[in-house]
Write a protein that binds this ligand. Structure first.
Ligand code: NAP
Ligand code: MG
Length: 402
């Protein structure tokens, strides 16, 4: 069989520990035999980040902006223990944070559904994707304990010297106050990322806030989403046959339980924090989630939602057999290859990505899986495989589909 050709390079960001081991296995077993892989390789492994004073992370993000699509392996965000372990010159920032700050985007996370690992909510038949705004609100707050009677105020001093003040509360006894903010520019780029993502997956977009209570703050989120929808996306949504639906956050929570899924749910920072943990647990595990950073400028970065699985890596180093789940990393590759195929009009590449995902799901549904899934799976016949044996089992399924 002739290998699939790639016209534009895919930006490849290698990473650390167990996920770095899995990365190579996926390339050797599931990609290189079928695709003439054309990647621009950046080694974001901690050692090489240190050697380059983290320049490699910046170079990788720039390459992502040049070519549009990247796939990233999980990486260590160093702390003091890691500094010692890797003899680092300094404590580097999280690569995800650096890349996100350069691409300016929103992270979308969706569960990967397989038969035998059923969502806790019986109604859910299709994945629900969470889009969480990642700036401001309670995560960048200023708060204060009040321990005697008095008036708490909110004061804005403009650069021109004018002062606006409002009373928060006249305290008779002790209590607490809090101030927080957000920016139109950040909300606008969040909105554009959500509309662009919903279009790219052809799913409805839901958005919820508490604008009935927070008329100005949450009201601004609602107004920005509605304005950008009308001005920039309504036509494309109608053409794609999808809808934008705004409702109150509590109504979202109630509808979520009665809906069969298959839509994108945009949420403010705190709502997204709570709901994404609820959804990932209700759907199964972090190793069964896809994760993609979508920039409003049209750049895409695909990754796994979990970390470098340090504990398994030390077992691997000690020569013990591991059973680490590679599904999220496989889907990072397929997501990136499918998007590359779409942008380049390379149907064979997109079709291959679809097939590899199907082969991965079918392998698990046939009862072959890693230990984490074997623990939560209801299939009557299930077999726990090692890290490499699972990947080889996926290859067998894939070959039988070719
Ligand atoms: P982790 O990699 O998410 O793993 C925590 C535990 O979750 C594992 O020990 C394992 O549980 C389970 N697990 C996670 N992924 C799994 C998989 N694919 N297959 C099977 N089990 C899986 O977190 P960590 O080991 O505490 O963190 C390691 C490093 O990851 C840290 O240095 C952190 O900075 C980095 N990190 C990177 C990213 C990223 O790059 N996207 C995200 C988060 C964390 P058992 O041990 O019980 O089997
Ligand atoms: Mg959380």
């Amino acid at each position: 069989m002739e290998k699939i050709k790639m016209t534009t390079p895919l930006v490849e960001m290698d990473g650390d520990e167990m996920t770095r081991v899995i990365w190579q296995m996926i390339k050797d077993e599931l990609l290189a035999p079928y695709i003439d892989l054309n990647t621009e390789y950046y080694d974001l492994g901690l050692k090489h980040r240190d050697e380059t004073d983290d320049q490699v992370t910046i170079d990788a993000a720039n390459a992502n902006m040049k070519y549009g699509v990247s796939v990233k392996c999980a990486t260590i965000t160093p702390n003091a223990a890691r500094q010692k372990e890797y003899d680092l010159k300094r404590l580097y920032k999280s690569p995800n944070g650096t890349i996100r700050a350069m691409l300016d985007g929103t992270v979308f996370r969706a569960p990967i559904l397989v038969r035998g690992i059923d969502p806790v909510v019986r109604k859910w038949k299709k994945p629900i994707t969470i889009a969480r705004h990642a700036y401001g609100d309670v995560y960048k707050n200023t708060e204060m304990r009040i321990d005697k009677p008095g008036k708490a105020e909110i004061v804005f001093t403009a650069e021109d010297g004018t002062v606006t003040r409002k009373t928060i509360f006249e305290f008779q006894g002790p209590g607490v106050v809090q101030g927080m903010h957000n920016l139109d520019a950040s909300i606008e780029s969040f909105a554009r990322s959500c509309f662009a993502y919903a279009l790219s997956v052809r799913q409805d977009l839901w958005f919820g806030t508490k604008d009935t209570i927070s008329k100005i703050y949450d009201g601004e989120f609602k107004a920005i989403f509605e304005r950008i929808y009308e001005e920039e996306y309504r036509e494309a949504f109608e053409k794609a046959g999808i809808i934008f639906f705004y409702t109150l956050i509590d109504d979202v929570a109630a509808r979520l339980m009665k809906n069969e899924g298959g839509f994108v749910l945009a949420l403010k920072n705190y709502d997204g924090d709570v709901q994404s943990d609820m959804l990932s647990s209700a759907f199964g595990s972090l190793a069964m989630m896809t994760s993609v950073l979508v920039s409003p400028h049209g750049y895409f970065e695909y990754e796994a939602a979990h970390g470098t699985v340090q504990r398994h890596y030390y077992k691997h180093l000690a020569g013990e057999e591991t059973s680490t789940n590679s599904v999220a990393t496989i889907f990072a590759w397929t997501g990136a290859l499918r998007k590359r195929g779409e942008l380049d009009g390379n149907q064979a590449l997109s079709d291959f990505a679809d097939k590899l995902e199907k082969a991965t799901v079918e392998t698990i549904e046939s009862g072959k899986m890693t230990g984490d899934l074997a623990l939560i799976c209801d299939l009557p016949k299930k077999e726990k495989l090692s890290t490499l044996d699972f990947i080889k089992a996926v290859r067998e399924t894939l070959d039988s589909m070719m």
